[in-house]
Design a binder for this molecule. Structure first.
Ligand code: SD4
Length: 333
């Protein structure tokens, strides 16, 4: 076996990413036998299709419009989540997102394409569309993550405009919050609006995007899971994609979205993989009930699934079969 192949195989084994049978399945010339990326063979894959966390009708409408007109999944997810970034009534994404405890609105976003390229911005201020800055990071720089002032400077260089992200409502809420300055790291169980979106285009190619203002009144400088590739979002065009919403710290601890994609690679359905993802988190938080996490996944066949800690998480799905808001099962009833 060539050294390069040996190293490749040993690192995959060490990471537990391929089964023993796949490794030992060598022909007489000691060349690795190709093993399928997904255990199930697509009979009639559903495409195009788009899914997103929560009941974001307008965002999925927009993404569907892109997909239906023959657009790529990358354009679909970017333009889809931009709808929420611009919607000032959504107070955890883009303009109108709630600030941190120092009164700064700081945004996190990432995007990932069919070739495994990705871009991300963290702690970005004064820009309405962090997802588009993340795409520029992916396409115009040799880097993956830009943070804070550097990300903001880069955005201006790319032609993005400076804009106050506060709205009258979020400023008023913040001023009221200052009266008590109660610091809670948990996100209200009923109140999550982060948008994670996954799409498969007519070519069968998969992309994803995720964007948020994170936890309201977080410590200045805090970054959640949403812009962290593998945590809040992960896409593998051979297997599927996953995204998350909820308390980011818990998602980061298990590298949730990457875990779910790898579970699908090993043959689990999107539903089974999301359930396992939540169970891993709950194992580290035995008895804890004061937080919500919602996972959403899609595989290459266009099958989807979701699971959450508490009832209430839903996801939108839009394909030729229709446009639906799906309720998902939860760990606690
Ligand atoms: C975060 N996961 O920053 C995000 C928050 C979120 O709905 O999903 N809110 O931790």
């Amino acid at each position: 076996m060539k050294r390069r192949n040996f190293l490749k195989n040993s690192s995959l084994t060490a990471a537990g990413l391929v089964s023993a049978s796949a490794i030992t399945a060598c022909n007489t010339e000691n060349k690795p036998v190709e093993t399928p990326a997904v255990a199930t063979t697509p009979v009639d894959p559903i495409k195009p299709i788009v899914v997103c966390t929560w009941n974001f009708l307008n965002a999925t409408d927009k993404a569907w419009e892109v997909l239906k007109s023959g657009g790529t999944s990358l354009d679909a997810v970017e333009q889809g989540v931009m709808v929420e970034e611009a919607d000032v009534t959504n107070e955890t994404v883009g303009k109108g997102g709630r600030p941190d405890r120092d009164g700064n609105v700081t945004l996190d976003a990432c995007i990932m394409d069919k070739d495994g390229n990705c871009g991300s911005v963290v702690y970005l201020q004064n820009i309405v569309h962090p997802v588009s800055v993340a795409r520029k990071v992916m396409e115009e720089t040799p880097h993956i993550i830009l943070a804070g002032k550097g990300a903001e400077k880069f955005a201006y260089e790319q032609g993005f405009k400076k804009e106050d992200l506060f709205t009258e409502s979020t400023r008023k809420q913040y001023e009221e919050w200052l009266n008590t300055s109660k610091y809670e790291t948990t996100i209200n169980i009923e109140n999550h609006d982060t948008i994670g979106m996954l799409a498969i285009d007519a070519n069968g190619d998969l992309s994803g995007a995720c964007t948020t203002s994170g936890m309201a009144y977080k410590v200045g400088g805090r970054v959640g899971d949403s812009p962290i590739i593998g945590a809040g979002l992960y896409v593998d065009n051979e297997v599927g994609g996953a995204t998350a919403t909820g308390v980011g710290e818990e998602v980061i601890r298990t590298v949730g979205s990457f875990l779910i994609v790898e579970l699908m690679r090993q043959g689990k359905s999107p539903q089974e993989a999301c359930e396992e993802g939540v169970k891993r988190i709950m194992k580290k938080n035995e008895g804890r009930k004061d937080f919500q996490i919602g996972f959403l996944a899609i595989n290459k066949n266009g099958e989807t699934g979701g699971y959450c800690v508490h009832p209430g998480f839903t996801y939108r799905e839009y394909s030729e079969k229709g446009h639906v808001n799906r309720e998902v099962k939860s760990f606690y009833s």
